[in-house]
Design a protein. Sequence first.
Length: 322
Amino acid sequence: MKRFLATLVALASASLLLLPLCGCGSNLSRYEAVYTDLFDTDCTFTAYCSSDEEFETVSEAVYNELSRLDSLFDIYDGGEGSLKDLNDNKTLENASDDILELLDIGVLFYDLSGGKLNIAMGSVLSLWHDARETGILPDDSELTEASLHCDIANLEIDGSTVTISDPEMTIDVGSIAKGYAADKAAEIAGSYGLTSFALDLGGNVKTVGEKPTGKWVIGIQDPDGGILKTVEVADQSVVTSGDYERYTVIDGVSYSHIIDPDTLYPADNYRSVTVICESSSLGDALSTSLFCMSVEDGKALAEEFGVEVLWVYEDGAVESNA
């Protein structure tokens, strides 16, 4: 937990770690790059910079960082030292700081959410992954059997060595990886001196600084289409978990990708939950946790971190703690 808290402070402060190399001065132009092969979504990097060359340099560095983390956290095609390596071999020696920090986030939020966010339930999530591929719902008996292998206590971290003591358990960090990656990529961009940029990793938006014309205007999507509302932010993240982008329809019923650990079925308390806070890592972990929690418990957890939350219900009603 200490490592996670230290990481959270460092990532939240990334925008302050700036070098005077790029993005300084009054003649700034808007640039945008879209990366279509990362984290199973379209990732957009928007920045204000003083030349094509400067933007291209930073954009390449941001892409390389996101690509590195995507490969590291990939449980299907990741290479040596990745989470796939950990899942396959049940042990990972000399684990990278990024894996150790991300696992710390998962363990912490398992406790904070009362188990509603559980990175150890890969065995259950894989059944729902198969369902999205085949169009056939997982059998309840299969889900129940898989749920017996989701005890996060079987994830053991000793220094830089990570071990999974249950041979049937696997780790899946899809609920928190994009937020962490957004913070780390922002740190890279900041190291080049960029003072005005935004990263959008498929519903996970991190902003640093302001645009030359003022704050960033971020649209919170209406699950039924269009924009529900806009928020103006600077040096903040706007992170949404919802049932309207990643889902599958089986026998006429829509099933989202966010699985409630208690029911083993997609959570259906809300259409979406949006968290506004400084750290994208925190926003990602909270939005996933709150999506599976009652609004009362969610408000209590949000209050612990002092973040703003917007809940959208099935009937379109909107509730906020602000």
